[in-house]
Design a protein around this ligand. Structure first.
Ligand code: ATP
Length: 240
Protein backbone atom coordinates (compact mmCIF):
# COMPACT_ATOMS: atom_id res chain seq x y z
CA UNK A 1 0.00 0.00 0.00
CA UNK A 2 1.38 3.47 -0.85
CA UNK A 3 1.76 5.80 2.09
CA UNK A 4 -0.71 8.70 2.18
CA UNK A 5 1.00 12.06 2.67
CA UNK A 6 -1.96 14.37 2.24
CA UNK A 7 -5.58 13.39 2.75
CA UNK A 8 -8.66 15.52 2.18
CA UNK A 9 -11.96 14.14 3.31
CA UNK A 10 -15.28 15.79 2.43
CA UNK A 11 -13.74 19.27 2.33
CA UNK A 12 -16.09 22.23 1.84
CA UNK A 13 -14.66 25.70 1.24
CA UNK A 14 -16.59 28.92 0.67
CA UNK A 15 -15.91 32.45 -0.55
CA UNK A 16 -18.50 34.18 1.59
CA UNK A 17 -21.72 32.54 0.31
CA UNK A 18 -20.10 30.95 -2.78
CA UNK A 19 -19.75 27.23 -2.19
CA UNK A 20 -16.49 26.64 -4.11
CA UNK A 21 -15.54 23.16 -2.86
CA UNK A 22 -18.48 20.85 -2.31
CA UNK A 23 -17.07 17.87 -0.51
CA UNK A 24 -13.63 17.14 -1.97
CA UNK A 25 -11.96 13.88 -0.94
CA UNK A 26 -8.54 13.08 -2.30
CA UNK A 27 -5.20 11.56 -1.41
CA UNK A 28 -1.63 12.40 -2.39
CA UNK A 29 0.87 9.65 -1.61
CA UNK A 30 4.54 10.16 -0.69
CA UNK A 31 6.65 10.55 -3.83
CA UNK A 32 3.79 11.05 -6.27
CA UNK A 33 2.98 13.71 -8.83
CA UNK A 34 -0.78 14.17 -8.69
CA UNK A 35 -2.53 16.35 -11.27
CA UNK A 36 -5.69 18.28 -10.57
CA UNK A 37 -7.44 19.19 -13.79
CA UNK A 38 -10.78 20.75 -14.69
CA UNK A 39 -12.31 23.76 -16.42
CA UNK A 40 -12.47 27.37 -15.31
CA UNK A 41 -13.94 27.87 -11.88
CA UNK A 42 -13.89 24.14 -11.07
CA UNK A 43 -12.18 24.78 -7.72
CA UNK A 44 -8.57 23.82 -8.48
CA UNK A 45 -7.02 26.98 -7.07
CA UNK A 46 -9.35 26.87 -4.08
CA UNK A 47 -8.21 23.31 -3.33
CA UNK A 48 -4.56 24.40 -3.20
CA UNK A 49 -5.45 27.46 -1.10
CA UNK A 50 -7.29 25.23 1.33
CA UNK A 51 -4.34 22.83 1.64
CA UNK A 52 -1.79 25.61 2.22
CA UNK A 53 -3.95 27.32 4.83
CA UNK A 54 -4.71 30.45 2.82
CA UNK A 55 -8.37 29.48 3.14
CA UNK A 56 -10.14 27.70 5.92
CA UNK A 57 -12.51 24.88 5.06
CA UNK A 58 -15.95 25.18 6.60
CA UNK A 59 -16.40 21.41 6.78
CA UNK A 60 -14.32 18.27 6.36
CA UNK A 61 -10.86 17.13 7.41
CA UNK A 62 -7.38 17.67 5.99
CA UNK A 63 -4.41 15.74 7.25
CA UNK A 64 -0.74 15.83 6.36
CA UNK A 65 1.43 12.93 7.44
CA UNK A 66 -1.24 11.82 9.83
CA UNK A 67 -1.75 15.20 11.53
CA UNK A 68 -4.66 17.52 11.00
CA UNK A 69 -3.92 20.79 9.17
CA UNK A 70 -7.43 22.18 8.71
CA UNK A 71 -7.65 25.62 10.28
CA UNK A 72 -3.94 25.82 11.09
CA UNK A 73 -2.19 29.14 10.14
CA UNK A 74 -0.48 29.10 6.74
CA UNK A 75 3.05 29.67 8.10
CA UNK A 76 2.71 26.63 10.38
CA UNK A 77 1.67 24.53 7.40
CA UNK A 78 4.69 25.86 5.50
CA UNK A 79 6.92 24.92 8.43
CA UNK A 80 5.62 21.38 8.31
CA UNK A 81 6.83 21.06 4.72
CA UNK A 82 4.06 22.22 2.36
CA UNK A 83 5.10 25.02 -0.02
CA UNK A 84 2.68 26.73 -2.41
CA UNK A 85 3.56 28.41 -5.72
CA UNK A 86 0.43 30.44 -6.42
CA UNK A 87 -1.10 31.23 -9.79
CA UNK A 88 0.49 34.16 -11.59
CA UNK A 89 3.94 33.58 -10.00
CA UNK A 90 3.97 36.42 -7.55
CA UNK A 91 7.67 37.07 -7.36
CA UNK A 92 9.01 40.40 -6.08
CA UNK A 93 9.61 42.31 -9.28
CA UNK A 94 11.78 45.00 -7.68
CA UNK A 95 14.05 42.54 -5.93
CA UNK A 96 16.92 40.66 -7.57
CA UNK A 97 16.83 36.93 -8.15
CA UNK A 98 19.05 36.35 -5.12
CA UNK A 99 16.92 38.65 -2.93
CA UNK A 100 13.77 36.81 -4.01
CA UNK A 101 15.34 33.52 -2.92
CA UNK A 102 16.41 35.08 0.36
CA UNK A 103 12.85 36.23 1.07
CA UNK A 104 11.59 32.73 0.26
CA UNK A 105 13.69 31.42 3.14
CA UNK A 106 12.01 33.66 5.71
CA UNK A 107 11.21 30.74 7.98
CA UNK A 108 14.85 29.57 7.93
CA UNK A 109 17.05 31.27 10.52
CA UNK A 110 20.46 29.71 9.85
CA UNK A 111 22.34 31.87 7.32
CA UNK A 112 24.56 28.96 6.24
CA UNK A 113 21.49 26.85 5.45
CA UNK A 114 20.00 29.72 3.43
CA UNK A 115 23.22 30.12 1.43
CA UNK A 116 23.43 26.38 0.84
CA UNK A 117 19.85 26.32 -0.44
CA UNK A 118 20.50 29.30 -2.73
CA UNK A 119 23.44 27.41 -4.23
CA UNK A 120 21.31 24.26 -4.59
CA UNK A 121 18.67 26.38 -6.31
CA UNK A 122 21.28 27.77 -8.70
CA UNK A 123 22.54 24.26 -9.43
CA UNK A 124 19.00 23.20 -10.22
CA UNK A 125 18.20 26.33 -12.26
CA UNK A 126 21.44 27.45 -13.98
CA UNK A 127 19.44 30.12 -15.76
CA UNK A 128 18.77 31.81 -12.42
CA UNK A 129 22.45 31.66 -11.48
CA UNK A 130 23.26 33.61 -14.65
CA UNK A 131 20.69 36.18 -13.57
CA UNK A 132 21.52 36.29 -9.88
CA UNK A 133 21.60 40.10 -9.68
CA UNK A 134 18.90 40.84 -12.23
CA UNK A 135 15.60 42.32 -11.03
CA UNK A 136 12.83 39.71 -11.01
CA UNK A 137 10.45 41.92 -12.99
CA UNK A 138 12.85 42.22 -15.91
CA UNK A 139 13.00 38.49 -16.57
CA UNK A 140 10.88 36.54 -19.06
CA UNK A 141 7.70 34.83 -17.93
CA UNK A 142 9.38 31.42 -17.97
CA UNK A 143 12.33 32.67 -15.93
CA UNK A 144 9.95 34.25 -13.42
CA UNK A 145 8.15 30.92 -13.11
CA UNK A 146 11.49 29.21 -12.45
CA UNK A 147 12.22 31.82 -9.80
CA UNK A 148 8.81 31.30 -8.21
CA UNK A 149 9.50 27.56 -7.97
CA UNK A 150 13.08 28.08 -6.76
CA UNK A 151 11.79 30.45 -4.09
CA UNK A 152 9.24 27.91 -2.90
CA UNK A 153 12.05 25.34 -2.62
CA UNK A 154 14.01 27.53 -0.18
CA UNK A 155 12.08 25.94 2.69
CA UNK A 156 13.00 22.44 1.43
CA UNK A 157 9.36 21.35 1.11
CA UNK A 158 8.26 17.75 1.15
CA UNK A 159 5.07 18.62 -0.71
CA UNK A 160 4.99 21.26 -3.43
CA UNK A 161 1.68 22.79 -4.54
CA UNK A 162 1.96 24.21 -8.04
CA UNK A 163 -0.84 26.36 -9.47
CA UNK A 164 -0.81 26.61 -13.27
CA UNK A 165 2.97 26.71 -13.69
CA UNK A 166 2.70 26.67 -17.49
CA UNK A 167 0.25 29.56 -17.77
CA UNK A 168 1.24 32.16 -20.36
CA UNK A 169 4.54 30.51 -21.23
CA UNK A 170 5.92 29.78 -24.70
CA UNK A 171 5.97 26.06 -25.65
CA UNK A 172 9.72 25.78 -25.02
CA UNK A 173 9.37 27.14 -21.51
CA UNK A 174 6.36 24.93 -20.86
CA UNK A 175 8.58 21.93 -21.67
CA UNK A 176 11.34 23.28 -19.45
CA UNK A 177 9.01 23.79 -16.49
CA UNK A 178 7.51 20.32 -16.80
CA UNK A 179 11.02 18.81 -17.06
CA UNK A 180 11.92 20.61 -13.84
CA UNK A 181 8.86 19.23 -12.06
CA UNK A 182 9.79 15.68 -13.08
CA UNK A 183 13.42 16.21 -12.05
CA UNK A 184 12.38 17.58 -8.66
CA UNK A 185 10.17 14.58 -8.11
CA UNK A 186 12.75 12.02 -9.26
CA UNK A 187 15.95 13.50 -7.86
CA UNK A 188 14.75 15.13 -4.66
CA UNK A 189 11.75 12.95 -4.01
CA UNK A 190 9.52 16.01 -3.74
CA UNK A 191 5.83 15.12 -3.82
CA UNK A 192 3.85 17.39 -6.15
CA UNK A 193 0.20 18.41 -6.34
CA UNK A 194 -0.09 20.08 -9.73
CA UNK A 195 -2.99 22.23 -10.94
CA UNK A 196 -3.03 22.70 -14.70
CA UNK A 197 -5.21 23.97 -17.53
CA UNK A 198 -2.74 22.21 -19.82
CA UNK A 199 -4.27 18.84 -19.03
CA UNK A 200 -2.34 16.97 -21.72
CA UNK A 201 1.03 17.96 -20.32
CA UNK A 202 -0.05 17.50 -16.71
CA UNK A 203 -1.35 13.99 -17.37
CA UNK A 204 1.84 13.09 -19.25
CA UNK A 205 4.00 13.63 -16.15
CA UNK A 206 1.57 12.76 -13.34
CA UNK A 207 1.17 9.36 -11.69
CA UNK A 208 -2.46 9.93 -10.75
CA UNK A 209 -5.06 12.59 -11.43
CA UNK A 210 -8.32 14.03 -10.16
CA UNK A 211 -10.81 15.76 -12.43
CA UNK A 212 -12.74 18.56 -10.77
CA UNK A 213 -16.03 19.97 -11.97
CA UNK A 214 -17.94 22.76 -10.23
CA UNK A 215 -16.40 22.01 -6.86
CA UNK A 216 -16.70 18.24 -6.96
CA UNK A 217 -14.42 15.38 -7.96
CA UNK A 218 -15.83 13.96 -11.15
CA UNK A 219 -13.22 11.32 -11.87
CA UNK A 220 -9.97 10.01 -10.43
CA UNK A 221 -7.42 7.37 -11.27
CA UNK A 222 -4.09 6.68 -12.94
CA UNK A 223 -3.06 9.62 -15.11
CA UNK A 224 -2.66 7.35 -18.15
CA UNK A 225 -6.22 6.04 -17.74
CA UNK A 226 -7.64 9.53 -17.22
CA UNK A 227 -5.85 10.69 -20.37
CA UNK A 228 -7.67 7.92 -22.29
CA UNK A 229 -11.09 8.66 -20.82
CA UNK A 230 -13.45 9.79 -23.54
CA UNK A 231 -15.34 12.38 -21.50
CA UNK A 232 -12.05 13.87 -20.29
CA UNK A 233 -10.64 13.95 -23.80
CA UNK A 234 -13.72 15.81 -25.04
CA UNK A 235 -13.90 18.27 -22.18
CA UNK A 236 -10.27 19.05 -21.41
CA UNK A 237 -7.95 17.59 -24.00
CA UNK A 238 -9.31 19.29 -27.07
CA UNK A 239 -10.90 16.27 -28.80
CA UNK A 240 -14.10 16.86 -30.78
P1 ATP B 1 -9.44 28.74 -12.93
O1 ATP B 1 -8.76 27.74 -13.76
O2 ATP B 1 -10.38 29.61 -13.73
O3 ATP B 1 -8.52 29.52 -12.05
P2 ATP B 1 -10.22 27.05 -10.72
O4 ATP B 1 -10.59 25.65 -11.03
O5 ATP B 1 -8.88 27.30 -10.14
O6 ATP B 1 -10.43 27.92 -12.01
P3 ATP B 1 -11.23 28.49 -8.44
O7 ATP B 1 -10.43 29.70 -8.73
O8 ATP B 1 -10.83 27.62 -7.33
O9 ATP B 1 -11.34 27.60 -9.76
O10 ATP B 1 -12.74 28.93 -8.25
C1 ATP B 1 -13.78 28.09 -7.74
C2 ATP B 1 -15.04 28.91 -7.56
O11 ATP B 1 -14.83 29.89 -6.54
C3 ATP B 1 -15.48 29.67 -8.80
O12 ATP B 1 -16.90 29.64 -8.84
C4 ATP B 1 -14.98 31.07 -8.54
O13 ATP B 1 -15.79 32.03 -9.19
C5 ATP B 1 -15.07 31.20 -7.05
N1 ATP B 1 -14.03 32.11 -6.53
C6 ATP B 1 -12.69 31.98 -6.70
N2 ATP B 1 -12.02 32.99 -6.10
C7 ATP B 1 -12.95 33.77 -5.54
C8 ATP B 1 -12.91 34.97 -4.76
N3 ATP B 1 -11.76 35.56 -4.43
N4 ATP B 1 -14.10 35.49 -4.34
C9 ATP B 1 -15.27 34.89 -4.66
N5 ATP B 1 -15.38 33.76 -5.36
C10 ATP B 1 -14.25 33.21 -5.82
Amino acid sequence: MPEAMLELNDVHTYYDHIHALKGISMTVNEGEIVALIGGNGAGKTTTLRTVSGMMKPRRGTLSYRGQTIAGIPAHHILNRGISHVPEGRRIFKDLTVRENLDVGAYTVTDRAVIEQRIQEGFAFFPRLKERENQLGGTMSGGEQQMLAIARALMVAPKLLLLDEPSMGLSPLFVEAIFDIIVKLNKERGTTVLLVEQNANMALSIAHRAYVLQTGEIKLSGNAADIAQDESVRKAYLGDD
